[in-house]
Design a protein around this ligand. Structure first.
Ligand SMILES: [Zn+2]
Ligand SMILES: [Zn+2]
Length: 327
């Protein structure tokens, strides 16, 4: 466990995002950190991995920075990097809701894990999971509802069309680390929802909290790094091949399919990572071609040489013929 993974965000007015991005890139490169950092005029959002020392040094730099001192870090130990490379980008938003909201003035009330757990017991409360469908499928709070939208930026439209009856009810939102809640609860309040709460630190903080220890959460928490997920509560997802409980999310080995689905270890050992017979066949024929192609290449080279030798022989023969049948 010599590595650490940091997850963080900070909503703060950034006058020159390009300058901050350049500074972040320089820091991360110097410290050997990998991961994703997004900078926008509204703040910074990042998840990076690196050695224990590098992670400490990065957090120290952030704490000393004029803009980022209040940043809270969620820290996980890991045995290696959780990202292949470093990406630092400037975007219009640090998490894309598709519209501007005032997260500083209007965001929903932050609840610590124990407070959130207590509030979930309120029979009037509506618990909204504001993540993607594949994250919800892997694990969620008991009783949570996930609106049928395809992406985070579709939430505002869905709420305006379907959810206005809930304006007087307590609304509890949660996401992985809290950043999506900051924006969506600000939107809810700007739309006239009165009683809006968000899980401070997200599922990640809820899982780590020594008091609640993930209670009330079912399954794993999807993570946007090489870990894919971290366990929080008892598993709820099932292997798509055999139906046994499994929280193993994998990508289909057919690169054109790449479907993300649940597959237990036993089924992977039996038939590999492909999601269907069709994908299994595609992968097999690709593997066969890959195995064949070196032979085919050398065979082609052999035939070319043979043709070349034959031509030279003919040429030599005809010279010989010309030489012998001279006038
Ligand atoms: Zn299985
Ligand atoms: Zn597939």
């Amino acid at each position: 466990m010599d590595f650490q993974i940091l997850l963080y965000y900070c909503f703060v007015d950034i006058p020159d995002p390009e300058d901050i991005a350049a500074e972040q890139r320089a820091w991360c490169e110097e410290l050997g950190l990998r991961g994703r950092v997004i900078v926008a005029a509204e703040g910074i959002n990042g998840t990076v991995s690196g050695s224990h020392e590098a992670a400490d040094a990065y957090m120290e730099k952030m704490r000393e920075h004029a803009l980022f001192a209040p940043t809270e870090f969620k820290i996980d130990d890991h045995d290696r990097h959780a990202f292949k490379r470093l990406s630092v980008k400037v975007r219009s938003e640090i998490v894309t809701l598709g519209l501007l909201v005032d997260t500083v003035a209007h965001t929903g009330k932050h609840l610590a894990p124990a407070e959130f757990k207590a509030k979930m017991a309120d029979p009037d409360a509506l618990i909204l999971d504001i993540r993607n469908d594949y994250e919800f499928a892997m694990g969620r709070f008991k009783g949570a509802v996930r609106p049928p939208v395809e992406s985070f930026r579709e939430f505002p439209g869905w709420i305006r069309d379907n959810f206005t009856d809930a304006k007087h009810k307590p609304i509890l939102t949660y996401c992985t680390g809290g950043i999506r809640c900051e924006k969506l609860t600000a939107f809810l309040k700007e739309e006239g929802f009165e009683d809006v709460y968000q899980l401070h630190g997200g599922i990640v903080a809820y899982a780590k909290d020594p008091g609640v220890q993930g209670e009330g959460f079912e399954g794993d928490c999807f993570m946007f790094d090489d870990r894919m997920s971290v366990p929080v509560g008892p598993p709820v997802s099932h292997c798509e091949k055999c139906g046994r409980l499994s929280a193993r999310y994998v990508n289909c080995s057919n690169v054109d399919c790449n479907k993300l689905y649940f597959l237990c270890e036993t089924c992977e050992a039996a038939k590999g990572l492909s999601c269907s017979d069709a994908c299994h066949n595609v992968v097999r024929s690709r593997e066969q071609n890959a195995r064949l192609s070196p032979d085919l290449r050398s065979e082609a080279a052999r035939l070319r040489k043979q043709r070349h030798r034959a031509k030279r022989r003919l040429a030599l023969q005809s010279t010989h013929v010309r030489n012998t049948i001279g006038p």
